[in-house]
Design a binder for this molecule. Structure first.
Ligand code: NAD
Length: 529
C-alpha cells in the first residue's frame, strides 16, 4: 500500500494562454477594477460597496478587483428586475424561448473563452470547464423546447357544467445565489429555465468567482440589448452578509435558488420562510459509491477516481465515501492507490492536468483540518494527506483514509479530495452505511447482479436524490431533475419537471352552466333573496 510519505506527486507546469489574454477576452484588465453590479441591461458604473479581490488559485495572485453592491444598491437592482419581469411576463413563452436560443448560441460561440476563464478563476481543469459551459448550452436547448411545453392539467369536475383546470404563470424576479464550484452551469440551470418561464433574474454569485459571472452578464447584455428581454438579467456581486441577506429579505424576490453549504440552506429557509417566499435549495452532499464483489472493477475504479479526485473533490456530487464488499476490498484499495499515483496535479489550463488546485487558502486549511480530525478519530491514512509546498497556489494531495462509519467526521462534507474507505459484508450493510449520513445527494452502486441493482433502486435502497447503477456519483446530465434529499435541501433543478418551481400554479374552476352547485354536495340556499 502506498503511504503518504512515499507518494511521488507529479506537479506539471507548462506554457498556457496568457492570463492577461483570458481576461481581456471579456474586457477585463489583469489587476484592473470592474463593476460587479448590473441592472436594466447595463453595468452600474461605480457601485459603492467594498472592493473585492479575486484570485488565481493556481498561484494565489490577484486577478482583478470587483466593486460590489451595498444593500441599498441591491434593493434598486431588484426593483429594476421586478419592472423587467412585469414586461417580460407579457411576452409569449415561445418568443421568450427564442431569446434563450440566442443566449445558448452566444455561449456556444464563446465556449473556449468562458472555459479558460473558469479554469483560471475557479481552478478546474479545462476539460471540466468546457463541460461546464456545455451544460449551459444544453440547458438553453432544453429551455427553448420547454418554452412550448409549459403545460397544465385538466381534471374532471364533480359538478355538472363545470371545468376544472390548472395553469402556470410566470412568478417574478428569481434570486439566484450560487456557489464557487459551478460558477456558470448551476446558475445557468436556473436562469435558462426561469427566463423561458417568464421570470427575471437577480444573480448573486460567489465572491470567489466574480469574474465568471461578470463575463456571463456581458453576454446577457449583448444578446438582450434592444430586445424585449433587455433588463431581465441583473447582477449583484457582494458578500453573503450584505447582498445575499438583502436578496433573502427582499419582498420583490418571490423565489430564491440557493446553491451552497448546508449552513447556507438553514439560513435561506429561515429568512425566506419568514416572508412566505419560496426556495430551491441545492446544498452539500456526502456521496458514496458501493462496489460489490461481483462488480466490473475496471468500471468502478475509473468512476471512483473521477468522482473523488476530479474537480479536486470540489463537486457537490464528489465521491467522499467508498463502501467495498469484503471480497474485493483490499485488492481494490491497492489499485486505487496506484491509480491516484498516476494523477497529474498542476496548472488547470494545461491539457494534461487531471487535478487542479483548491479554490482558496481557506479551502487548504479546511483540507488540513479534515485530515487532522480524521486521524484523531481513528482514520488510517492510506494515501496523500498533505499540502504541496513546492509552489504557490492552493494544491493538495488527493487523499484516501480507511475509516469507520461511526467516526463523526464521516458524516461531514469536507470540500476537498478526501475519500473514506469502508468495508462491509452485505449489500444491506452497504445501503445502511450509504444512508447513515445527514446529506442525501448522490450515490452509485457497482454490481453485475440484477437483484442487487434493483434492490439499490427500490424504496428500501439508496435514500439519495440521485441513485446510479454502474455509474459514479459525479457527472449528472441536464435532462433529469438534479438535487438531493435530507440536509441537501430537497430542491430540484435543470430537467424533467423542475421548471414548475419557477412558476406559480393556478387552479381554475369555470362554471358554464346556469346553476351554482357546491362541491362535496354542500347546500347553501338563500330563501328570501
Ligand atoms: P457557500 O455556502 O459558502 O456559499 C454559497 C453562496 O451563498 C455564495 O454566493 C455565498 O456568498 C452565499 N452566502 C453565504 N452566506 C449567505 C447569507 N447569509 N445569505 C445569502 N447568501 C449567502 O458555498 P461554497 O463554498 O461557495 O460552495 C460549496 C458548497 O456548495 C458545498 O457544500 C457544495 O456541496 C454545495 N453545492 C451544492 C450543489 C447542489 O446542487 N446540491 C451544487 C454546487 C455546490
Amino acid at each position: 500500500m502506498a503511504r503518504a510519505k512515499e507518494v511521488e506527486v507529479k506537479v506539471k507546469t507548462s506554457p498556457v494562454d496568457s492570463k492577461d489574454e483570458i481576461l481581456r477576452a471579456f474586457g477585463i484588465e489583469l489587476g484592473g477594477s470592474v463593476s460587479g453590479v448590473a441592472q436594466g441591461g447595463s453595468f452600474v458604473e461605480q457601485p459603492t460597496g467594498p472592493k473585492l479581490a479575486t484570485h488565481d488559485p493556481s498561484t494565489g495572485n490577484v486577478l482583478a478587483s470587483v466593486a460590489t453592491a451595498t444593500a441599498a444598491e441591491c434593493g434598486a437592482v431588484s426593483r429594476s428586475a421586478d419592472e423587467a419581469f412585469r414586461r417580460w411576463r407579457m411576452v409569449p413563452a415561445p418568443r421568450r424561448g427564442e431569446i434563450v436560443r440566442r443566449l445558448g448560441n452566444a455561449f456556444r460561440e464563446r465556449k473556449q473563452d468562458l472555459a479558460r476563464l473558469i479554469s483560471l478563476e475557479n481552478g478546474k481543469i479545462m476539460s471540466e470547464a468546457l463541460g461546464e459551459v456545455q451544460e449551459v448550452i444544453d440547458i438553453c436547448d432544453f429551455a427553448v423546447g420547454l418554452s412550448r411545453q409549459l403545460y397544465g392539467n385538466q381534471m374532471h369536475s364533480e359538478r355538472p357544467f363545470h371545468r376544472l383546470t390548472e395553469q402556470w404563470h410566470p412568478l417574478g424576479a428569481v434570486g439566484i445565489i450560487s456557489a464557487f464550484n459551478f460558477p456558470l452551469a448551476v446558475p445557468g440551470w436556473g436562469w435558462a429555465i426561469a427566463v423561458a418561464c417568464g421570470d427575471s433574474i437577480v444573480w448573486k454569485p460567489s465572491s470567489l468567482t466574480p469574474l465568471i459571472s461578470i463575463a456571463a452578464q456581458k453576454i446577457f447584455h449583448e444578446v438582450t440589448r434592444s430586445t424585449e428581454a433587455e433588463g431581465i438579467f441583473n447582477l449583484v456581486i457582494g458578500s453573503g452578509a450584505t447582498t445575499g441577506e438583502a436578496l433573502l429579505a427582499d419582498p420583490l424576490v418571490p423565489l430564491i435558488q440557493a446553491t451552497g453549504s448546508c449552513a447556507l440552506g438553514e439560513r435561506v429557509s429561515t429568512a425566506v420562510g419568514k416572508r412566505g417566499a419560496r426556495a430551491i435549495l441545492e446544498l452539500g452532499g456526502n456521496n458514496a459509491v458501493v462496489v460489490l464483489d461481483d462488480a466490473d472493477l475496471d468500471l468502478a475504479l475509473s468512476a471512483v477516481v473521477f468522482g473523488a479526485v476530479g474537480t479536486a473533490g470540489q463537486r457537490c456530487t464528489s465521491t467522499r465515501r467508498l463502501i467495498l464488499q469484503r471480497g474485493i476490498a483490499d485488492a481494490f484499495v491497492q489499485r486505487l492507490a496506484r491509480a491516484y499515483a498516476t494523477v497529474n496535479i498542476g496548472d488547470p489550463l494545461d491539457g494534461e492536468t487531471l487535478m487542479g488546485p483548491l479554490i482558496s487558502a481557506d479551502a487548504v486549511e479546511a483540507f488540513l483540518d479534515g485530515v487532522a480530525t480524521i486521524k484523531a478519530q481513528g482514520g488510517d491514512l492510506l494515501y496523500g494527506g498533505e499540502v504541496l509546498p513546492d509552489r504557490g497556489g492552493y494544491y493538495v494531495q488527493p487523499t484516501i483514509f480507511k475509516s469507520r462509519g461511526d467516526m463523526p467526521v464521516c458524516a461531514e462534507e469536507i470540500f476537498a479530495p478526501i475519500l473514506h474507505v469502508f468495508s462491509v459484508e452485505t449489500l444491506e450493510q452497504a445501503i445502511d452505511l450509504n444512508n447513515s449520513v445527514p446529506q442525501g445527494l448522490s450515490s452509485g452502486l457497482f454490481t453485475t447482479n440484477l437483484h442487487s441493482a434493483e434492490r439499490w433502486l427500490s424504496v428500501a435502497g439508496s435514500d439519495c436524490g440521485i441513485a446510479n447503477v454502474n455509474a459514479g456519483t459525479s457527472g449528472a446530465e441536464i435532462g433529469g431533475a438534479f438535487g438531493g434529499e435530507k440536509a441537501t435541501g430537497g430542491g430540484r433543478q435543470a430537467g424533467s419537471d423542475a421548471w414548475k418551481a419557477y412558476m406559480r400554479r393556478q387552479t381554475c374552476t369555470i362554471n358554464y352552466g346556469t346553476e351554482l352547485p357546491l362541491a362535496q354536495g354542500v347546500k347553501f340556499e338563500l330563501h328570501d333573496a
